[in-house]
Ligand binder design. Sequence first.
Ligand code: ATP
Ligand code: MG
Length: 327
Amino acid sequence: MQRVFSGVQPTGDIHIGNYLGAMRQFVKLQNDYSCLFCIVDLHALTVPQDPETLRKKSIELAGLYLAIGLDPKKVIIFVQSHVPEHPELAWLLQCMTYFGELSRMTQFKDKSKGKETVSVGLFTYPDLMAADILLYDTNFVPVGNDQKQHLELTRDIAIRFNNRFGETFVVPEPMILKTGSRIMSLTEPDKKMSKSSENQYSKINLLDEPSQIKKKIMRAVTDSENVIRYDPENKPGLSNLLTLYSSFTDISIEEAEARFKGQGYGTLKKELADVIVERLSEIQNNYKNLDLNYINEILKEGAEKASSIAKVTIERVKDKMGLLPIK
Ligand code: ATP
Ligand code: MG
């Protein structure tokens, strides 16, 4: 069976962009691939985190993985810091990555812009991500569009390593959806929806109350033309709402456009809020019924299973690079 790996950072509240761009795909893939889904807490440390909140958010994300429909009998769900081979491989890969390559990464540029201090970890983040993926001989990585550049770098590093030391890594392919891979902010539709945005109105979180969801959709920035037409360049806010409607109802953008043709923005917003409330309430009900001990058990099992794969890969890599084994 081919392998799928992906991760989400336990930073802030998980939003519908994370869900539509990445997590919903995980659920669909679990039946046909050997899947690992990670709570990438080491990535979270690249920007300052409150320790208690980080722990709480890691458990919350594990709960959400289960609540959206991941079946721990079929997939491995685990916490990145439980498997020390991730940072270990990241170091080895850092020594194979060029400063210029990391300097070109747009996520680093975006996240460091305007900051007084920036951690080295934020700069080398793509190497840790490459390690996450390459450790498991991953064939496919379902991610949002914003991670495309990091995936390309991962492929370059894998190919470079294989050329230099002989076949070692599987070269992974991204899985990026045509619709939903870049959900935009509700308040600044030229930016992607992000957990790290401080404006609560910019994003809808998976655990938001129905009244919050409605308020956020009604407040979403559109334009003054009042014509329903999908045109991301000239009408980014409205086009984002059509994308959301299409993704949540599993119809094409054209069908969504046709459905609301000739109607006001208010009608689209109201119907969109209803479909989001309905879908998220299913997830929220599943989430409410989860027990902390159960989640901890899943994570423990997940760490054991992930470790057993990671240990084999790291030994192979260290051997290729000339590191001396204990005799
Ligand atoms: P942060 O602001 O902390 O980076 P984030 O919202 O970007 O948070 P991540 O944990 O970095 O979330 O990403 C988890 C997954 O969600 C990745 O696959 C990423 O590509 C995807 N993703 C993030 N934002 C969006 C979005 N707006 N639309 C679609 N997919 C997204
Ligand atoms: Mg991100």
